[in-house]
Design a protein around this ligand. Structure first.
Ligand code: ADP
Length: 554
């Protein structure tokens, strides 16, 4: 723009100057030629008057007086006299335009350029009374000649003019453009520029405000998005169509703490499943996968997003499904275990019944066979009851509501129920401690203490003892079942609370255990917000404590 403005001003100045000079030249030239022609006409009239009085003999004298050339031409064109040349040697002048005009109209004039164009000759002719024509001629420098003569000066003047025009143009360009160049477009209305720019500046101000509002809205939305995604437990990663990580939220970055959450998608993770789902989404297909990392399981869901003219961008969701996965595995294991545990006693019952049906049992053996069938049926019933109880606990403990339960009394009823079994196993069973009341489901709590005491008897040694103690420790109510039995190895101590887990399967079968006793204790404890503490030494005995929350003490 600066260049264009400069060129325009420079050209305008140059053309104006050249035009002015040319016109001035023409004006001066025409002024000069007019005065020459007037002078010649006056001279011609004066000489004519002198000739009228003095006759043609005066010509030679007159010719010497006047500086201009004087010629007398006969009506037939012959030159009779010339003040500068010998008339006899001169050619016919009858065809000269000024002579012809004088012969026809009385006076005539003309002018002619010399061959070099440097000089111009003016002629004025007047017809005398005798038919001859008197011509006065004067020579003057032509305009072209004047220009040619002054050419070095003219070149200098032109160069000077060019310089002045250039300086002028440069200065004017600066003056014109300065208010535009220094416009502060952030605050268009505060500029004191040309009035003509006012509509443009107003429009710019309007647009500025619109852009500012849109930018504010965009920032607000971005902050909202950042806030939401930062709070999300799910990992969220956005990829561009080129496969670069555009965004990774806090959870995603926490999942891959050592990896770069910038650059290409491969910098984040090299797991084949991850690569497969991301590449599928970048290829335009939604995909699902599973990522196992640091002992946790994550489900991967990659969706494809069409990016205008760029291909497919991708969004990846990573959800921690470890708990769900574990629960599903436990459910499958439990179902398999349940069917196995149910089948075992049923197969025995069917076997005994079949033998009896075929009549191959001696009458004396019928009673023991029936006893075995009964024992297996009891085992089956116990198992079913335990399964039902466990599923009730899974669903929050069944319909029974919480009530104040006095632990010492509850342990007394358990002792009464197990006294017979303890005696059969030659075990001393006793309940000690202080009465303490907690909010509990009586039936559930009784079964929990029963299962603990039952195990303490079952996994004991003849002559051993089981002590059930109640009381408060640091204000927290507790029930403690201690035995002098076989103990549990350290490796098994956590696992004994799993469903159907038994340290010694054959021993458990002899004791009639279902493998669900401690599972029920675990779920029951969770229902009562009680903690379980297990302290056991192999070969010395086991102590299991149920520790209730302090607030429950009364
Ligand atoms: P079970 O019906 O087999 O007794 P539990 O769930 O009650 O099932 O117990 C799981 C396993 O834990 C038992 O099979 C046994 O091996 C072990 N166990 C439980 N209580 C004791 C204990 N007091 N002393 C030693 N081992 C025990």
């Amino acid at each position: 723009m600066r260049k264009r403005v400069f060129n325009s001003i420079f050209l305008t100045a140059l053309v104006t100057m050249l035009l002015t000079v040319s016109l001035l030249l023409v004006a001066v030239h025409s002024g000069l030629s007019h005065s020459t022609r007037s002078r010649l006409a006056a001279e011609c009239s004066a000489i004519t008057a002198e000739l009228r009085t003095g006759g043609q003999g005066e010509l030679a004298r007159i010719g010497r007086v006047y500086a201009d050339r004087i010629t007398l031409i006969a009506p037939d064109g012959r030159v009779l006299y010339d003040s500068t040349q010998d008339a006899a040697t001169m050619d016919d002048h009858g065809s000269r335009p000024e002579v012809l005009a004088a012969q026809q109209h009385g006076v005539g004039e003309s002018s002619r350029l010399s061959a070099t164009l440097s000089e111009q000759t003016y002629y004025y002719a007047q017809q005398l009374d005798d038919g001859t024509v008197l011509r006065v001629a004067a020579m003057a420098d032509s305009a072209f000649g004047a220009v040619a003569t002054a050419s070095p000066w003219i070149v200098l003047i032109v160069l000077l003019t060019l310089l002045v025009a250039a300086l002028l143009a440069s200065w004017l360009t600066h003056v014109f453009l300065e208010p535009i160049v220094t416009l502060d477009l952030k605050v268009p209305l505060k500029n004191d520029a040309y009035d003509e720019l006012s509509p443009l500046l107003h429009r710019m101000d309007k647009q500025n405000r619109k852009i500012e509002a849109q930018l504010g809205e965009l920032k607000r939305r971005q902050a909202e998005f950042d806030d939401i995604t930062a709070r999300m437990d799910e990992g969220l990663v956005l990829f561009s169509a080129q496969g670069d990580i555009v965004f990774a939220n806090r959870a995603a970055r926490a999942l891959f703490p050592k990896n770069e959450a910038a650059g290409a998608y491969l910098t984040l993770c090299r797991d084949p499943e991850y690569i497969r789902v991301v590449e599928a989404a970048l290829g335009g297909e939604s995909a699902h996968g599973r990522l196992e990392k640091d002992g946790r399981v994550h489900s991967l869901t990659a969706s494809s997003v069409v990016e205008e003219g760029q291909g497919h961008a991708a969004v990846l969701f990573m959800v921690d499904i470890t708990a769900r996965d574990q629960a599903e595995r436990q459910r499958q294991e439990f179902t398999a275990n349940v069917s196995h545990e149910l089948k075992t006693p049923l197969t025995s019952i069917m076997g005994y019944a079949e033998i009896m049906e075929k009549g191959i049992v001696k009458p004396a053996d019928i009673a023991p066979f029936a006893g075995k069938i009964r024992a297996e049926a009891v085992r089956l019933l116990t198992l079913i009851e335990d399964i039902i109880r466990l599923s009730q606990l899974d669903e929050g403990g069944g319909p029974t509501s919480f009530e104040p339960v006095e632990l010492f009394a509850l342990c007394g009823t358990v002792r009464d129920r197990l006294q017979h079994k303890a005696e059969a196993h030659k075990i001393t069973l006793r309940v000690t401690g202080q009465p303490v009341t907690v909010a509990a489901q009586w039936r559930t709590l009784e079964q929990m203490v029963f299962n603990l005491a039952d195990n303490a008897i079952a996994y004991n040694r003849p002559g051993g003892s089981v002590t059930v103690e109640t009381g408060t420790a640091d204000g927290a109510p507790f029930v403690r079942v201690a035995d002098t039995g076989i103990g549990i190895a350290l490796a098994d101590q956590q696992r004994v609370f799993e469903r159907f887990y038994r340290v010694d399967k054959s021993h458990s079968k002899v004791t009639g255990g279902t493998g669900l006793g401690l599972s029920i204790v675990k779920h029951g404890a969770a229902l009562h917000h009680a903690a379980i503490e297990l302290d056991s030494t192999l070969g010395e005995g086991t102590t299991i404590t149920l520790l209730f929350p302090k607030t429950q003490a009364s």
